[in-house]
Design a protein around this ligand. Structure first.
Ligand code: SAM
Length: 236
């Protein structure tokens, strides 16, 4: 049985597609950022990608096709989203795995190492302690010379979750003019129930503890952030 937190993205994938089409969550900038990030991966061939909370993978499918990717693994809680991801990636000449479950659990069972561990608009569903643990596990699964890319919404430092929600929801109300009221209400309800963004400062602090260095940080609007991390210190 599907979990309530994923229903917005499986039953109402069309609303999310409208959000993407209107670039409200900066998916165009993300696509560009994603494309350029490959230059930071030391391995140039046989790249293995792990996508945490991949959804339909529609945003990255176009770029992946032109990179030397030979293995793609996508985790998502929603089987309908994974079915769409399989279809969106059908032209990718790589071994593909689509695994349904909690990314924070699945990553602990993962045996592979990846040149790219990617997560876009998914980790804000986790509590902070779970995000930190996921980052730790992502770091463990990172191949030498690989990168982690995190794209997400973040609270500002000193902003409470309630303040963040009020600000984001009122911004959506004013700016998301192409989404009708029932569509907006669906998103508002989802955000109020399931979004627990942390601050970008927390991610950077946890990364430093893990020996991960920020090599790129881009946030054109201060709400949506793109972060690339690379491991520069190896304990083992
Ligand atoms: C906003 S969508 C983002 C999809 C895609 N990464 C993108 O950027 O377009 C968030 C996705 O995260 C998935 N998700 C939420 N919590 C998750 C969890 N704990 N483990 C795995 N997937 C999760 C949802 O099912 C949904 O497909």
């Amino acid at each position: 049985m599907e979990q309530a937190s994923t229903l917005l993205f499986s039953k109402h994938w069309d609303v999310y597609q409208e959000i993407i089409a209107n670039n409200y969550m900066l998916h165009r900038e993300i696509a560009d950022y994603f494309e350029r990030s490959f230059a930071h991966i030391e391995e140039k061939k046989g790249i293995r990608v792990l996508d945490l909370g991949c959804g339909d993978a529609g945003q990255i499918a176009g770029t992946l096709k032109f990179k030397q990717v030979d293995h793609y693994t996508g985790y998502d809680l929603s089987q309908p989203a994974l079915d769409l991801a399989r279809a969106n990636l059908q032209d990718l000449p790589a071994i593909k795995e689509f695994v349904c479950g909690q990314m924070e659990v699945l990553i602990k069972q993962e045996q592979e190492h990846f040149q790219l561990v990617y997560s876009s608009y998914a980790i804000h569903h986790l509590q902070d302690s779970e995000k930190k643990q996921l980052l730790t596990d992502a770091c463990r699964r990172l191949a030498k010379g690989g990168i982690i890319i995190i794209i997400d919404v973040f609270r500002k430092q000193g902003q409470s979750r309630d303040e963040y929600l009020d600000s984001y929801i009122s911004w959506m109300g004013e700016s998301w003019t192409a989404i009708d009221l029932p569509g907006k209400e669906l998103v508002w309800e989802h955000v109020r129930q399931f979004d627990f963004p942390t601050t970008i400062e927390n991610i950077i602090e946890w990364s430093a503890e893990l020996g991960l260095t920020v090599i790129k940080h881009f946030s054109p609007d201060g709400r949506h952030h793109m972060l690339t991390l690379k491991r520069t210190r190896y304990a083992e």
